[in-house]
Design a protein around this ligand. Sequence first.
Ligand code: 2E6
Ligand code: F3S
Length: 349
Amino acid sequence: MPPTKCDSPRTRILWGMSSAIPLNVGITRSASTGNADSAKRVLLAEPRGYCAGVDRAVETVEKTLEKHGAPVYVRKEIVHNRHVVETLRERGVIFVDETDEVPRGAVVVFSAHGVSPMVHESAAERSLHTIDATCPLVTKVHQEAKRFARDDFDILLIGHEGHEEVEGTAGEAPEHVQLVDGPESVGNVTVRDENKVIWLSQTTLSVDETMETVKKLRERFPNLQDPPSDDICYATSNRQTAVKAMAPECDLVIVVGSRNSSNSVRLVEVALSAGARASYLIDYARELDLAWLEGVRTVGVTSGASVPEILVEGVLELLAEHGFGEVQPVTTANETLVFSLPRELRAAR
Ligand code: 2E6
Ligand code: F3S
């Protein structure tokens, strides 16, 4: 049975009226008039941008800075966004690749993508004060990996090779986990007992491509078990649903996000496969090539789960300067999830 994604009444698509400007975008937009630009419009995906796990991770670093003072060390990028990382660096965060770069006894925050038990061990060996900003939805996948490894299953972890989240999850049970990096990798999988196989996944994959991978795995292993609950998280799934709803109408879809952000890159792919004529990933408005706008009437705009809204506002402002002042929200879900901060920082929130 394929996992259900966002199967709530909230998935009803609400096409915004041109006058229904979303409250979270503070720019002036031209009213629809009879001028030459009246045919030009922006469709703005909702939901987009920060998810609950990113919000928590960024706030974790901010509160750690407040509580312990600079410098605060963060292992890997706290979230995969250039602007977030550069802003925190300016405020006194030192980003490192591994815990052995952190001075003994110092404070280190683990990123939202999670870490393997080996990373916890090496931090303990150096007497580091660790604060774990792993998204609770990533931790949930770690728990699943541990549980099925304990029951001696072969775990087929669908995900992108080299991604930090996959390294952390696989590290929970390296003897039991095999990485399946997309449908083309299914042929390489070998298992010990075809009746004891389960698939799990990275949280930020393409929902459709993952279903294709699972279908191929099941053709090889008919008794393949599904995860106890969806591993692709609500935020990934919701952002893809919103893009799918607007893409067929779009000559161009701009996705704001960084190149190493898996969920952001997936939004470009989803836009193209859902019918957008072109789609580009940019970190900042200044990267938008005006040639992309030639002959374009409808531009879709969205952003990855690690992207601050200010960067989307910059893109909307630039588009407005080039005749795309009319913005219509395309809403496919309302998100209300909030995660509490790591225990040691809770009082500070
Ligand atoms: C942690 C886990 C999942 O590259 P990816 O999409 O995984 O990461 P970010 O930082 O762009 O997005 C948020 C996130 C954090 N997703
Ligand atoms: Fe967590 Fe999903 Fe965001 S796993 S960090 S809620 S993209």
